[in-house]
Write a protein that binds this ligand. Structure first.
Ligand SMILES: C[N+](C)(C)CCCC[C@H](N)C(=O)O
Ligand SMILES: O=C(O)CCC(=O)C(=O)O
Ligand SMILES: [Fe+2]
Length: 448
């Protein structure tokens, strides 16, 4: 039997045939799940999960179970143990260890926590760092900790599972479907209509779900004006004003000191890598193009990074550890700017290694002076491996932006570029703050 936890609930399923196959399959799972990303095939087969844990050897992990407290009811299947420096709990197929200061600090009693504001009232600095509970007892599914001063903290077992490090570590923050051109095209992700996007929560939710899963999404039938584009943007987020303005409107007039404002081709990149926090989302609306070329290139940076992780894990690690600078220097007309952003190419959450941000812009990468020479060479090798993946033709999704069809790009994940073009081409759009897009998604009940 495997226990699979996905999207907030536990599901059990039997091994297809026998133990051997079970072990082989478990290895495959763990291998796949180590990076905590979802592949489309798994989603289609109904195998979407965040982590898998084989339970066969669960007991053998604890040979000295003499001092364990078992629950009266066998069906609850909960055992716990009070160690001098931590509390250990086995419940819901999870082995958890809790620090006593942590247990005191997260007390949800009325005097420690304001449940109206969801804020802590307890002054954490007043907790003795050597604190230990006087007594611990379990009643049904609630654990009671009595502290030396008599204060009682209660925890529901399910709350502990959900909020423990062990529980979080094996969960993805953001479920995603990684794609190459074929996967994306076969998924036939529907676009959302302007009207339903603006007027219904369902339309907005569908749009956001697709955006969160794929990192790109389209809205159709938008009146081709800057005002309507702005309205769209404001429906899901706050517009992030930058040195390019709030809403930007650009053509190949070299009005700014950047290649974007020319007719030249632009290789795949993410924008604003030179900000300490690169812009979360980019909105593109092509209002006019009388000429040839100018198609937009989209590449799932997380799919490419995933290939690097599979093929050469130590290069993935290096790209996630070496900090680099990106830079924007502009002195054109009235525009004078000097921006510097520092950070690695791949940004992963330290506790579960989940990738959440890729910074990739070879035009804007600054002089590398934050890395010693021997690491620099290994970094260039790793950067090459990633670039090869990003440039595989099968990973390239080409689209022609047309008036009425607005594209939203997750600038922390999906790279964009463009083909060179002729004629008059007008693009408008804006950047959005990521926190506010995710906020909207969560309020609609999506995992983000
Ligand atoms: C035109 N628009 C404002 C959208 C972008 C301009 C930013 C271009 C810059 N090289 C970067 O990649 O960040
Ligand atoms: O012109 C385009 O299609 C995109 C240019 C670009 O990369 C940008 O504006 O960020
Ligand atoms: Fe760009």
């Amino acid at each position: 039997m495997y226990w699979i936890r996905g999207f907030g609930h536990n599901v059990a399923f039997a091994t297809p045939a026998g133990f051997r196959q079970g072990v082989a399959e478990r290895r495959m799972w763990c291998h796949r799940l180590s990076h905590l990303q979802i592949r489309l095939q798994d989603l289609l087969r109904g195998r979407v999960t965040c982590w898998a844990l084989q339970q066969l050897n669960f007991r053998s992990l604890f040979p000295l179970a003499i001092h364990w407290h078992h629950t009266a009811s066998k069906s609850l299947n909960c055992v716990w143990r009070q160690h001098t420096d931590h509390f250990e709990l086995q419940y819901a197929n999870t082995v958890m260890r809790f620090d006593y200061v942590w247990l005191r600090d997260h007390c949800r009693s009325a005097s420690c926590y304001n449940s109206k504001t969801h804020q802590r009232s307890l002054d954490t600095a007043s907790v003795d760092l050597c604190i230990q509970p006087k007594t611990i007892r379990l009643d049904e599914t609630t654990l009671f900790f009595t502290w030396p001063d008599g204060h009682v903290t209660r925890y529901d077992l399910d709350w502990l599972v959900k909020n423990s490090y062990e529980g979080q570590k094996q969960k993805v923050i953001q479920p995603r479907i990684l794609w190459n051109a074929e996967i994306y095209q076969q998924a036939q992700v529907p676009s959302v209509d302007f009207q339903s996007f603006l007027e219904t929560n369902e339309g907005l939710k569908n749009f956001l779900q697709n955006f969160l899963l794929y990192g790109i999404a389209f809205v159709e039938n938008v009146p081709p004006t800057q005002e309507h584009t702005e309205k769209l943007a404001e429906r899901i987020s706050l517009i992030r004003e930058t040195i390019y303005g709030r809403m930007w409107y650009f053509t190949s007039d070299f009005s700014r000191g950047d290649t974007a404002y020319t007719k030249l081709a632009l290789d795949r990149h993410t924008d604003t890598t030179y900000f300490q926090e690169p812009c979360g989302i980019q909105v593109f609306h092509c209002l006019k193009h009388e000429g040839t070329g100018g198609r937009t290139l989209l590449v799932d940076g997380f799919y490419a990074a995933e290939q690097v992780l599979q093929k050469v894990p130590e290069e993935f690690e290096l790209l996630s550890q070496v900090p680099l600078k990106h830079e924007y220097i502009e002195n054109v007309g009235e525009c004078h700017n000097h921006m510097i952003g520092v950070g690695p190419v791949l940004n992963v959450y330290p506790w579960n290694k989940e990738l959440y941000l890729i910074r990739y812009n070879n035009y804007d990468r600054a002089v590398i002076n934050t890395v010693p020479y021997d690491v620099v060479h290994r970094w260039y090798t790793a950067h090459r491996t990633l670039t090869i993946e990003l440039r595989r033709p099968e990973n390239e999704l080409w689209v022609k932006l047309k008036p009425g069809r607005v594209l939203f790009v997750d600038n922390w994940r999906v790279l964009h570029g463009r083909e060179s073009f002729t004629g008059y081409r007008q693009l408008c759009g804006c950047y959005l703050t990521r926190d506010d897009v995710l906020n909207t998604a969560r309020l609609l009940g999506l995992q983000a």
